[in-house]
Ligand binder design. Structure first.
Ligand SMILES: Cc1cc2nc3c(=O)[nH]c(=O)nc-3n(C[C@H](O)[C@H](O)[C@H](O)COP(=O)(O)OP(=O)(O)OC[C@H]3O[C@@H](n4cnc5c(N)ncnc54)[C@H](O)[C@@H]3O)c2cc1C
Length: 278
């Protein structure tokens, strides 16, 4: 019989880290900052073709003096307090030819209410290095879709913008985007048959707007729904329970959770509070 000493826990496999350089920064709206990152490290990224492809940034406390790439296993074991924060961002645009990618970062909150990643992006300087892994992702607007329904808040704007750009020109559908402030509205390229509405104000506006749609015929419907966790749960109820849309036609998950830093939000996915599907 095997004892615990005879079967050590399998070593955690370190994710490949790509180290990219900050090339430039552009404020595309008051609270949305575009970072262009690139360099030789680009080739180490596991590129995928999904419209919502995302990377996980590793952000170390500047006071730690750590430089990427990071030996995450050694840090976890020897100095867990120095572990870089892991934060998820959509790749707004890939540029294979020039080995660059763009991330659009929401500058949410102020001072203490802000986050590690939002602050890092705001303060990052060209030439700075940043480690990341990825890309993950799973949603692409399908050409055979009869009707698209896309629902998101500010954090999902990069994924929505990327999805609209790759949609079939003849695509039909509805896009609902909630923003806190009118000033952050962008001009997004989209097929003529796709109606785009910006809802300015509270996040709950999304729930009312979705509940008011006519969705009794869901044949050929493809849904993308990624917002704050509490709102995502309410939207899931409306889409699946009230409209009866088959779950496999819906890409749904929370992109963040009110009052939670991402580490806690990700860890809670394994607990009842973090589950979107009940
Ligand atoms: C697949 C995926 C793709 C994503 N793509 C993008 C993207 O392209 N651009 C983008 O900006 N975000 C994106 N996000 C969301 C982003 O990962 C979170 O907002 C993340 O928490 C930001 O990290 P932070 O360090 O700035 O804040 P944290 O340290 O994680 O959080 C600090 C505080 O800020 C609050 N907070 C976090 N995010 C927001 C927000 N957006 N608005 C208001 N309050 C917030 C938290 O509730 C917490 O109280 C994506 C998330 C996922 C899962």
């Amino acid at each position: 019989m095997l004892t615990t000493t005879e079967s050590p826990a399998p070593a955690r496999r370190q994710k490949t880290q790509a180290v990219l350089e900050v090339l430039s920064k552009t404020r595309i709206s008051p609270r949305l900052l575009r970072l262009t990152l690139g360099g030789e490290g680009y080739a180490a990224l596991n590129r995928n073709e999904h419209a919502d492809a995302y990377v996980k940034l590793l952000i170390a406390d500047p006071a730690s003096g750590l430089q990427p790439p990071y030996d995450m296993d050694a840090l976890r074991e020897q100095s867990p307090e120095l572990m870089p924060a892991r934060r998820t961002y959509t790749v707004r645009r890939w540029d294979d030819e020039n080995q660059r990618l763009e991330l659009d970062v929401v500058l949410h909150g102020d001072g203490e209410d802000s986050g590690v990643a939002a602050r890092w992006a705001d303060e990052a300087q060209p030439g700075e290095l940043i480690a990341m892994s990825g890309a993950g992702g799973g949603y692409t607007p399908l050409p055979e879709t009869r009707r698209h329904l896309i629902i998101g808040d500010h954090a999902a704007v990069p994924a929505i913008a990327a999805a609209l750009e790759v949609m079939d020109p003849g695509a039909v559908g509805t896009v609902l985007i909630q923003l806190d402030s009118e000033e952050d509205r962008l001009t997004l390229e989209h097929p003529a048959g796709v109606e785009l509405s910006w809802l300015i104000g509270e996040r709950e506006l999304l729930v009312d707007a979705v509940a008011a749609l006519e969705l009794s015929d869901h044949e050929g419907l493809q849904v993308f729904c990624h917002v704050e966790r509490g709102i995502t749960k309410r939207l899931r109820r409306v889409l699946v329970k009230e409209y009866g849309i088959p779950r496999e036609q819906i890409s749904i998950s929370a992109y963040w959770a009110l009052g939670r830093i991402e580490d806690q939000f990700q860890a809670e996915k394994r607990e009842p509070v973090g589950r979107i599907d009940d």
